[in-house]
Design a protein around this ligand. Sequence first.
Ligand SMILES: [Zn+2]
Ligand SMILES: [Zn+2]
Length: 259
Amino acid sequence: MNTERNKGRLAYMTEPGSLEIRDYDLPTDIEPGAALLEVLQTNVCGSEVHIFQGKHPLFRCGGLGHEMVGKVLALGEALSTDSAGTPVAVGDRVVPIYHAVCGHCENCVRGIPNACVLSYHHFAKTHLRPHFHGGTFATHYYLHADQPFFRVPENVSDAAASAANCALSQVLHGLDRANLTLGQTFVIQGAGGLGLSAAAVAKERGARVIVIDRVAERLQLAKAFGADHLVNFDQVTELADRVKLVQQIAGAEGADVVM
Ligand SMILES: [Zn+2]
Ligand SMILES: [Zn+2]
């Protein structure tokens, strides 16, 4: 942590594989509808690994990190509730949607704000003022007025909340669209952050959950997240055998939904 109270610190990727720690003044003029947060917890998402390895189609440099939970340090004018209408005050914990939602573009108007054409408006742009935006590998985060955000209830831990704006929300949305319902069989291929979140969400929806992976520790985690059946890729190496296994559990028609 920086000892100067008006300064913050962030990690900037100058090129794939190379990080630089940078100090900047914290913004003092918080725009209407915006907020300044202190980052309480941020996660390393699979996307950060891809970006750091130079495998992302868009980003070759910039601030990293997007999964986070933060504490409100300052609120801009006219900001008194989160995007669901829950009152927010300085000191509250909140989770922002990490991309921008303009509300006016074709996709926003069509009701798919997750595909807003301006979604990457702030993303990774920590070299530009107010610096603490678009990247959560930082001490602070500037929440822009075009980023929806939500207050975190008291009984939800930082660890649980900090993946809610990426892994958890993506599988919630995906399983909504796939209309996964009670009693269906759901196969998850890959027990990473999204796969594990999906196991928990699917279990809550009453589905029968089968998880396939080749890492034993991940499979054990999948079980803790609600998986009913585990298939180790390395033990069932033939595709036809894995299909047969799923059919034994789900019936001849196989899985209803696959992720
Ligand atoms: Zn993520
Ligand atoms: Zn938009």
